[in-house]
Ligand binder design. Structure first.
Ligand SMILES: [Zn+2]
Ligand SMILES: [Zn+2]
Length: 94
């Protein structure tokens, strides 16, 4: 998955449709530039992941240690949210 305009983006890049009905991936910075002409559509990738520590569903970008399918619901990614990650880091820091 790479942004059609700049080739950038990450695994959870947006998917959009243009006025001609073409769908393609686009990164956040490019979306901000072109959003007047684009409609966000559901992409092939699940963008929501689950924190396996506190059970919260959130944007997978906010999880660290993300693993596909780890949430136990289809291909939904699972990982550790920033909050739980900091707690673990503090406790482990002795
Ligand atoms: Zn881009
Ligand atoms: Zn958490």
């Amino acid at each position: 998955m790479a942004c059609r305009f700049c080739g950038g983006g990450d695994a959870w890049i947006k998917t959009v449709r243009d006025e001609e009905g073409n769908t393609f991936p686009i990164c956040d910075p490019c979306y901000l530039v072109y959003r007047a002409e684009l409609v966000i559509v559901p992409g092939p990738v699940c963008v929501h992941g689950k924190c396996l520590s506190c059970g919260t569903w959130m944007n997978a970008r906010e999880l660290v240690d993300v693993k596909p399918g780890a949430a136990g619901k289809g291909d939904a990614p699972g990982g550790t949210c920033i909050g739980c990650h900091e707690i673990a880091a503090t406790e482990g820091g002795g």
